[in-house]
Design a binder for this molecule. Sequence first.
Ligand code: NAD
Length: 341
Amino acid sequence: MSHRVTLIPGDGIGPELADAAVAVLDATGVGFEWERVEAGEAQLAATGTPLPDEVLESIRRNRVALKGPITTPVGEGFRSVNVTLRQALSLYANLRPARSMAGLETRYQDVDLVIVRENTEDLYAGIEHMVGPDAAESIKIITRAASERIARFAFDYAVANGRRKVTAVHKANIMKLSDGLFLESCRTVAENYAGQVEFEDRIVDNMCMQLVQKPDLYDVLVLPNLYGDIVSDLAAGLVGGLGVAPGANIGLDAAVFEPVHGSAPKYAGTDTANPTALILSGALMLRHLGETDAAERVESALRSIVAEGATITADMGGSAGTAAFGRAVAERVAGAPVAVA
Ligand code: NAD
């Protein structure tokens, strides 16, 4: 059976990474029909919108997308395409595993964290306004429905993947109503998993310190949107940086798989960026599609190429280009020579 998947290469380093990731995924022998659609800066220039309707229509039709990063102007200009996509498609769960890789020089060798970030509300709801010329307000939205939904996702993930503990991360000591509601919702959901999965909570600032000092104490973390965004970059830093951190945005009707990192514009077109995060996002996609064996082959091929160290990109301490690294992983997966576009 072949899978029809929407492919959004994205901005900056995105297209180079997409070529490498598609080569690796095709090398598994799983049948893919890639429906390539464009979103981002070039689309804005050409059509007046960075997110044409056809992109959303394609994802709604195929229900699965692999996406490169998309640039968002800071402080002005269009709203983040990434945030808009997640909200328009109700991709309520953002899953970001962070697992150590042999061969990468990092402070710890055995980090194995899974960040589950609520993806639709909090300060990212996009409700902000000026209050006169010299003050601005952003509104933080937390609902019981969305908080319980993400907590259930975290616990279900823990059960399905044999994980021992879920930690809810919050700042309920200060934001007693909003973060208080998030924590209360997590506690309510945790009761249904008592005896199966352990539950605890941490205040976000303390959580950051503990992750830097003792990451092995933690397993699955569930967080509101903003803390999840920040803590998942921290977790990426523990296992080798943004170049190796995959992600998935999952909803009831669609799922979009994308790296944690952005479009790194200064490296665009230089064949130096690391495609690992997008390739591992592709492995998460394979699991989502039920192609577990292919997912394991991609992960183990990539891990072996990184551990050997002969063909790795600059951020991992090597000198291979994006395409050469992608080709090495694809050939390891296929067991035969492979061309990268
Ligand atoms: P970034 O992740 O693009 O880059 C930060 C730094 O991380 C880079 O300078 C580089 O040193 C390193 N890095 C990131 N990805 C790498 C890779 N694959 N290989 C090697 N090194 C890599 O973050 P930024 O500079 O803050 O953001 C650039 C743009 O990306 C912004 O417009 C931002 O809004 C956007 N962004 C998009 C997404 C997304 O599409 N989901 C996520 C984050 C940021």
